[in-house]
Structure formats: structure tokens, C-alpha cells
Design a protein around this ligand. Structure first.
Ligand SMILES: Cc1cc2nc3c(=O)[nH]c(=O)nc-3n(C[C@H](O)[C@H](O)[C@H](O)COP(=O)(O)OP(=O)(O)OC[C@H]3O[C@@H](n4cnc5c(N)ncnc54)[C@H](O)[C@@H]3O)c2cc1C
Length: 274
């Protein structure tokens, strides 16, 4: 498949569900002499356990992820996030790989997978490399994939006990205006690890350094620390003005949704015991 794509060069594009690419072609925004159908590649399908991680094939649809017993058991927040992507029609054909490789700035999975600490498995011929989720998107509609290289799978790590994940978002139109995901891990009731990812407001989803300020917080002080962390995430994010929302409003959305995501992740971590 990689060889075929490389041979055809700029005349060809890979597609999977086609919900992005075929729409772009119909609108005249892209044109290719050849389309290479990835749905037929067996290695891109399936949800399996692999070397201590849960491996989700790139051609897995959002609907398959949301209804997978393995995903629900391993990472319920991933199943919940997938169930809110787009609408039923898009979720039943649109794939996780297509979403990530299209790199639309308004992506739910791209934000969520940063907070989850996921790895992207990329392959070209016999060469495989793993790219951290936060480094996969290079810019709007751009990834770090090389010509002919495919995203073959996404790997979710093991989440130890007392780890909570949450994804929150708000939509004004079809795509989310803000997406925020948080991971909180507790040891003896206090935060021992935390990540916060902010997406859809800037050109690429980003991990926020503000999450470091949560380390050591126990239940009594978590609320105040989450408030301060959310304010810092809003102040340090890079919002774009997209015609609907001013940068100030986007910062406000980031603050509100960061607070919600952190609070939900903390509660989820507590419910799993520390
Ligand atoms: C009406 C609508 C609403 C939407 N709402 C949301 C939303 O709320 N949240 C959200 O996150 N997304 C949303 N989306 C985006 C949706 O999730 C994507 O359209 C879908 O997941 C893309 O998958 P696909 O398989 O159809 O991609 P395709 O259109 O098949 O491919 C997209 C791009 O990725 C490349 N590609 C695909 N697979 C691979 C691979 N394995 N390796 C390398 N390159 C690859 C293709 O070459 C192409 O450039 C929405 C889309 C629509 C149309």
C-alpha cells in the first residue's frame, strides 16, 4: 500500500471512510487521479491488546470504538468521547485514522489522545515508528506523516488504578468550538500525575503546561487548584479568531471547559480508588 502511494505520488490519495476527503473533492478543494482504499487493508482493522497497550486499528470507525467492550473496559472516556463525534451517519463510516490524518483543527480524538498519552503507530513499507499524540499534528490539515507513510493504529497505554480521564467540548456548528481533555492520577489521595489538552480553539491541539500546578493537590485543595490551572490554560493557549468566536471568548471557553474536564477527571480517579 505504501509503495503504491509512493509510486503514484501527488496524483493519489489514500481514503478510508471518505467523509472528509470525498467531501473536499466534491467541493473542488482537492483533486486526485487515483484514490487508494484503505478499508480493504486487514492490518488497519481491529481492537487488540498489544505489549501492554490497547491497539485500535486506524480504519476502526468511531461507532466501532464507542461500542467496543474492550475500549469501554480499558478506557471508558475514549468510548464516551467517540460517541459524541459528529453524527450517527459520520460515526458509522468515519474512522479514527481518517480523523487524525485529516488534522482538522476541530478534532475531538486529537485532543483526547494527547491527554490519554496515546502513541500513533506509523508505517511505511517495513519501517514502523511511534509518534506521541501531541507531536502527530504538524499544523492545520498537516501531520508528520511522510509521503507514502500510513497511520496504522493508535495505542492507548495502561491506565493504573486511580487514574481518571475526561473529555468535554462545546459545539456551535457541526464541529466543536472547544475540546478539552484531562487526565488525573492519584496516589494516596493526592495528584501524582496530570495532563490537560486543549484543542479546537487553536490551529493544533496542545498539551497545557498548566497541569503541572495540580501535582500534590488532595481533595481539599483540588477545586481551587483546578480553578487556577484552568485560568492559566486559558491565558497561555493560542486561540485563533474564526469569525464566530473572538480570541477572548475562546479563552473563556477554555477556562470553563478546563475546569469541567479537570473536575470530572479527578472524580473519576477518586471513584477508582487511590
Ligand atoms: C458533518 C460532520 C461533522 C463532524 N463532526 C465532528 C466532530 O464533532 N468531532 C470530530 O472530531 N470530528 C468531526 N467530524 C470529522 C469526522 O470525524 C471525520 O470526517 C472522520 O473521522 C474522517 O474519517 P474518514 O475515514 O472518513 O477519513 P477520510 O475522508 O477517508 O480521510 C481523511 C484524510 O485522512 C487520510 N487518511 C485516512 N486514513 C489514513 C491512514 N490510515 N493513514 C494515512 N492517511 C489517512 C486521507 O488521505 C485523507 O486525506 C465531522 C465530519 C463531518 C462530515
Amino acid at each position: 500500500m505504501s509503495i503504491l502511494l509512493e509510486e503514484l505520488g501527488d496524483d493519489a490519495a489514500a481514503y478510508c471512510g471518505g467523509t472528509e476527503l470525498l467531501l473536499a473533492m466534491k467541493l473542488g478543494l482537492a483533486g486526485y487521479a487515483h484514490l487508494v482504499d484503505l478499508k480493504r487493508v486487514a492490518g488497519l482493522h481491529g481492537i487488540t491488546r498489544h505489549n501492554g497497550s490497547l491497539r485500535i486499528g486506524a480504519a476502526t470507525t468511531h461507532q466501532e470504538i464507542e461500542s467496543s467492550p474492550d475500549v469501554r473496559a480499558w478506557c471508558p472516556a475514549m468510548a464516551a468521547m467517540s460517541s459524541r463525534v459528529a453524527n450517527l451517519r459520520v460515526r458509522s463510516v468515519g474512522t479514527l485514522g481518517g480523523n487524525l490524518c485529516f488534522a482538522d483543527p476541530h478534532s475531538d480524538p486529537a485532543t483526547f489522545l494527547i491527554a490519554a498519552g496515546a502513541a500513533m503507530v506509523c508505517q511505511k513499507g517495513g519501517d514502523t515508528r511511534r509518534v506521541r499524540a501531541g507531536e502527530f499534528v504538524a499544523g492545520p490539515y498537516q501531520t508528520v506523516l511522510e509521503p507514502g507513510e500510513l497511520l496504522v493504529a493508535v495505542e492507548l497505554p495502561v491506565f493504573p488504578d486511580a487514574t481518571g480521564l475526561a473529555h468535554v467540548r462545546m459545539k456551535l456548528h457541526e464541529r466543536p468550538a472547544v475540546t478539552v481533555a484531562a487526565m488525573v492520577r492519584l496516589t494516596d489521595g493526592a495528584v501524582s500525575d496530570a495532563r490537560l489538552a486543549v484543542g479546537s480553539v487553536g490551529v493544533v491541539p496542545e498539551s497545557s503546561e498548566a497541569a503541572r500546578s495540580l501535582l500534590g493537590a488532595g481533595a481539599a485543595e483540588f477545586g481551587a487548584r483546578a480553578d487556577a490551572c484552568a485560568a492559566e490554560a486559558a491565558a497561555t493557549c493560542s486561540p485563533m479568531s474564526d469569525g464566530d468566536c473572538s480570541p477572548e471568548y475562546l479563552r473563556h471557553l477554555v477556562r470553563v471547559h478546563s475546569n469541567r474536564a479537570l473536575t470530572a477527571a479527578f472524580a473519576a480517579a477518586q471513584s477508582k480508588g487511590s
